[in-house]
Design a binder for this molecule. Structure first.
Ligand code: SAM
Length: 245
């Protein structure tokens, strides 16, 4: 019943509780922190994910662990009135910030909000053309259960895109990135959200997350086919894509 919360070994229930605390704590300042921490580059990673998703007018899309809805906002414009996007997250605070932001942007009509755990999705089988999970899988306690649940709700021919922090390919680059993550990130978190702990968890959870090849194997294990990945920004982030046939 043991798992990891950052570098700590905790039991599974504790992890769920601690991850919930992190995202309740950071929700209000989540978007500004994302821009600061990544120097705005997260926007490019997300734009690339949309471009690789192949989403078209009329599609049904699930933005899982969608948080404050960056991907949902873009998908909503692409799928149009005949399509639908579901912004889903386990955390009520993140979902509320997302809902308010999207409504302020005038995005209404084709977006629904569903609070759900990725490990046991409350949707019927074979529903979605595309499922995305951006910077979310790392926080999920049972990743295999989440991947299996996503596989179940995808239509045959549908695809999953996982955008997630991964393993930098270059050793030197990796050391600089480590230094940044364990020194700069928690200080920034402290200054902006008064919460260094949450950002320490962020850095630790990135180190504990399966690397590119391991995640590819996990996707194949639950049934995904033609699984490929691209390293972005030297492997700081990877975009995995797999199909359900
Ligand atoms: N996708 C958004 C983005 O890219 O900006 C938000 C990513 S945020 C780092 C991670 C999100 O995963 C949080 O909103 C958190 O509540 C959500 N999350 C964590 N565990 C989850 C689970 N088991 N099921 C669904 N969402 C989960």
């Amino acid at each position: 019943n043991q798992t990891h919360f950052g570098f700590q070994t905790v039991d599974k229930e504790q992890k769920v509780h601690k991850v919930a605390e992190v995202f309740h704590s950071v929700a209000a300042k989540y978007d500004i922190m994302n821009d600061l921490m990544s120097g705005g580059v997260h926007r490019l990673w997300k734009r690339h994910t949309i471009a690789c998703s192949g989403v078209r007018t009329g599609n049904k899309v699930l933005d899982l662990a969608g948080g404050t809805g960056d991907l949902t906002a873009k998908f909503s414009r692409i799928v149009g009135e005949t399509g639908q996007v579901i912004l889903s997250d386990i955390n009520e605070s993140m979902l509320n910030v997302g809902r308010d932001k999207l409504r302020d942007m005038g995005i209404v009509g084709n977006v629904e909000y569903v609070q759900a755990n990725a490990e046991c999705l409350p949707f019927a089988d074979n529903q979605f053309d595309v499922v995305t999970i951006a910077f979310g899988l790392r926080n999920v306690t049972d990743k295999d259960a989440a991947l299996a649940s996503i596989f179940r709700v995808l239509k045959p021919g549908g695809r999953l895109l996982v955008l997630e922090f991964s393993k930098p390919v270059n050793e030197t680059f990796s050391k600089v990135y480590d230094w940044y993550s364990f020194n700069i990130l928690p200080s920034m978190g402290q200054m902006i959200t008064n919460d260094a702990e949450s950002y320490r968890y962020l850095a630790e959870s990135i180190r504990m997350h399966p690397d590119q090849e391991t995640l590819k194997g996990m996707m194949e294990q639950v049934g995904f086919e033609e699984v490929t990945y691209q390293n972005l920004t030297g492997g700081i982030v990877a975009l995995h894509k797999g199909y359900k046939f």
